[in-house]
Ligand binder design. Structure first.
Ligand SMILES: [Zn+2]
Length: 188
């Protein structure tokens, strides 16, 4: 397991590699230099309109306290234990983020990011409201978080999927997410 380090001003490696699967925590922090560099790009992207620092600035400008991480990097084994995650999930390549803003509803945070994207102030691979039980907790650890905002870098995403805006609801009976397409933004 590697030591913690800051990946950008407001995001650390341990924050972005935490998992609710305690027995896999050490494995999920066993990273190559290449993956750590990808984490750095997720936190603060070379494109100032992508990544976590950009999103954080947007939610804070709208009154948010912070951009709290539920899950970002997931090694294949951790990802395999996350209900509904596909093996090609951008979480596996350290390009995706699940989180929330403690003093905003998920819908508010989602709308802030979507509105910014439509105004040319934020870019993403996919922006999704997801809901499921993955054991995520609030910033103070007391409240179960069953809805969150997912967004990713454009990164290695299939170009046909870039700009997709969706809501995904966990369908327990079918053990999969049901997706509702809201929009697909064409980035300049
Ligand atoms: Zn996600």
């Amino acid at each position: 397991m590697i030591a913690d380090q800051q990946l950008s001003d407001h995001f650390s490696l341990y924050e972005l590699t935490q998992t609710t699967q305690a027995d896999l925590q050490e494995l999920n922090r066993t990273l190559t230099d290449e993956l750590i560099e990808k984490g750095r790009q997720l936190a603060k992207n070379d494109d100032p309109l992508q990544g976590l620092e950009c999103a954080r600035a947007l939610v804070i400008a709208a009154g948010g306290t912070c951009l709290f991480t539920n899950s970002a990097y997931r090694c294949p084994k951790v990802n395999g234990g996350s209900p509904g995650s596909s093996s090609t999930s951008q979480h596996v390549s350290f390009e995706a983020f699940d989180g929330h803003v403690p003093n905003q509803t998920i819908d508010e945070t989602f709308l802030i990011l979507l509105t910014a994207a439509r105004a040319g102030k934020f870019k993403f691979g996919q922006l999704i409201i997801e809901s499921a039980d993955r054991g995520y907790k609030s910033a103070d650890g007391t409240e179960a978080i069953s809805r969150w905002v997912h967004f990713s870098l454009i990164g290695t995403l299939n170009p046909a999927h870039v700009g997709q805006v969706m809501k995904a609801t966990w369908n327990a009976g079918a053990a999969k997410f049901d997706y509702v397409r809201i929009d697909q933004i064409k980035f300049a």
